[in-house]
Design a protein. Structure first.
Length: 220
């Protein structure tokens, strides 16, 4: 008598017919294209309120991207939050285009819960020109703005604590710039101790004074 057990074949998977109402960007391999977003009601509302401070508007896969004049970004964000219910700042990040002038973008991703809509705002700037902070609109912008400063060198005017958040003050360079060396740089960190005395650090006067907790002493 054979001990071999019969091999059970899995039933063939049924392929559901493709939904003809599915939008183009959900049909593989069709890729959506950028469209003009000027006919959207939100575009009309912002252009009426802010005029030429809304420099451009395009739509990609149904999501609007607004180019906003740098000095108006805080006012535009406040209006989007208070009047248009974009209460959730999903992300705030930077981008570097070294061959373009000005070379940096600051990008804001916003979400509205009432209809699950997402939009994107974009401002351009250079190293010498700060961008108005939106931390007064969304408190969640505080740390992402510091990260953009830390990684790209873009400053935010009016920020309550415009200091580096991932690297130490005095670090030489901004690692997410396209011209930062791929292999990194010699920071000299190997010469530093495991912790610093108060007032000390990789650059004198910038240390936090943090020390690891001492292990409990065994009773004598």
């Amino acid at each position: 008598m054979s001990d071999d057990k019969p091999i059970l074949e899995k039933p063939a998977k049924k392929h559901e017919p493709e939904d003809p109402n599915k939008p183009a960007w959900e049909k593989d391999p069709v890729v959506p294209e950028w469209q003009d977003g000027s006919n959207d009601p939100l575009t009309a509302a912002l252009q009426e309120e802010f005029g030429d401070a809304i420099e451009s508007v395009r739509s990609f896969a149904g999501d609007l991207t607004f180019g906003v004049r740098r000095d108006a970004i805080a006012q535009v964000c406040a209006s989007l939050k208070d009047k248009h219910e974009f209460t959730y700042l999903v992300d705030l990040c930077g981008a570097d285009y070294p061959k373009r002038e000005p070379r940096f973008d600051v990008v804001y991703q916003l979400h509205r819960f009432t209809d699950q809509r997402r939009i994107r705002l974009r401002v351009t700037t250079d190293e010498a020109t700060p961008v108005p902070t939106v931390s007064g609109v969304w408190r969640a912008a505080n740390w992402p703005e510091r990260e953009v400063y830390d990684m790209f060198g873009v400053r935010f005017e009016g920020h309550p604590d415009m200091t580096r958040i991932l690297l130490w003050e005095g670090f030489n360079g901004y690692p997410l710039r396209k011209d930062f060396p791929v292999e990194g740089i010699d920071t000299g960190s190997a010469i530093y101790p495991e912790y610093y005395e108060a007032g000390a650090g990789p650059v004198a006067g910038t240390g936090t004074g943090w020390k690891p907790p001492k292990p409990p002493q065994e009773p004598s």
